[in-house]
Design a protein around this ligand. Sequence first.
Ligand code: CTP
Length: 414
Amino acid sequence: MSEATPLAGKHLLLGLSGGIACYKVAELTRLLVKAGATVQVIMTEAAEAFITPVTLQALSNRPVYTSQWDARQDNNMAHINLGREADAMLIAPASADMIAKLAQGRADELLSLTALARPAQRCALLVAPAMNREMWAHPATQRNVAQLVADGAELLGPGTGDQACGEVGDGRMLEPQQLLDRVVAHFQPKLLAGRRVLITAGPTYEAIDPVRGITNRSSGKMGFAIARAAAEAGAQVTLVAGPVHLPTPQGVRRIDVQSARQMLDAVLAETATQDAFVATAAVADWRPADVAEHKIKKNAAPGQAAVPALALTENPDILATVAALPTPPLCVGFAAESQDLLKNARDKLARKRVPLIVANLGPATFGQDDNALLLVDARGQRELSRADKLTLARELVREIAQRLNTPVSPASAS
Ligand code: CTP
């Protein structure tokens, strides 16, 4: 499975109930198809008031079903046949009325009928609510949603923000890209279910004065990809991020920091409860010994040097500090090198006393979307060949899950 077509081979039922968010489902359909899924659309009569079946047929490349009396099926049982073929059923938008019907097991039109008739063990129900915030907050809706989740449905959202009615609050349907990400996540094996994973990512920023600082070219992409992959695998993920411009992966708790010392404090506050710690951050090794209170001026005051000398002091080593705790989580270090990859990775493995180092050639990977990695442990090494960072992150998650499940005799990387 590549990142370009993560839903290749999957057949999805996409159900639309009535709501203004129907207009976003045109884009969602396009994204699902582009991701490799075959998409069979079902629409309620109310959905047809917002968007036409013609649009969704064109985007899904399949005729849309709107009625339980559709004679196109030989046995005239669309509600049975559609569910049997599907790997999952996504209802987006799910109106308050549709959620109420699903919670009660009512089946008086094709969409709710198909949801009820689908083989639930094999074909999960994913529900993306979309409604006015008062409707969402109403005890009846909350009761229905709780019942749906208790019955095994997966709730996608809702999001928060501006609503078509002019109000602001909870109840917006998630954006198409977010829904796509959630569908992709749904199909990932839950290798880290019940586990807690702490990740550092990005550069740190060490202030020289209020406007200048020392930092590096780390984009944070690898760490964010690992956070996403771990969350998709069912882990509870905490991501401690230096200054980067990346969106937080869904379901991930993010703590933003600037300096190495702030990163260390944030990490140490979390370590006690973690199963694994993955240090991808490019932590600045040194920081200015003194931070000037005001901007250092180019025109030096009389008696001062024209070019200021920058005295540096060493930053704490976050990974080594965590690895030296009495009962550390499984620690995974990264080594970004410009040469002698294996030798430097082995040195780091010993120096930081961690069970696994993930090595890569730093300057070749910073900011890029793909990478090649070398897993190095006490017994050997294993190469993860060049791929996009999310694919590599998923492989690393598999490796971490395997090591967490065999704590006494960790699997060799070789
Ligand atoms: N690391 C850390 N805290 C530091 C420095 C590094 O937690 N102060 C972690 C990184 O997140 C990474 C690993 O240690 O997982 C190796 O980082 P790297 O910068 O490659 O190693 P250094 O120890 O800084 O060694 P050098 O700069 O000499 O290569």
